[in-house]
Design a protein around this ligand. Structure first.
Ligand SMILES: [Zn+2]
Length: 82
């Protein structure tokens, strides 16, 4: 089982469709058990011009930033999963 941080790291490649089948399956398995990551993925997907690096820059949409922070926070609250 992958953790939220890995999930976020893989999200760009997932949306681009460039992950291998095994990794895609792991990611979708994570989505089934992690609603925050689903909502983040949907937000992420709707901002078509975003790339990984923009997460560290100022032009990240508030919704994406909030979702990311929320996911990371929730992941932090469950250190056993990591
Ligand atoms: Zn997650």
């Amino acid at each position: 089982m992958i953790c939220c941080k890995e999930c976020l790291d893989l999200l760009y490649d997932y949306i681009e469709g460039s992950l291998d089948q095994e990794t895609t399956d792991s990611l979708e398995e994570h989505f089934q058990e992690c609603p925050p990551c689903i909502s983040f993925m949907k937000t992420y997907k709707s901002t078509t011009t975003i790339c990984r690096d923009t997460l560290n820059q100022v032009q990240v949409p508030d919704a994406v930033r909030e979702a990311l922070l929320k996911v990371l926070k929730e992941n932090k609250e469950h250190p056993g999963e990591n």
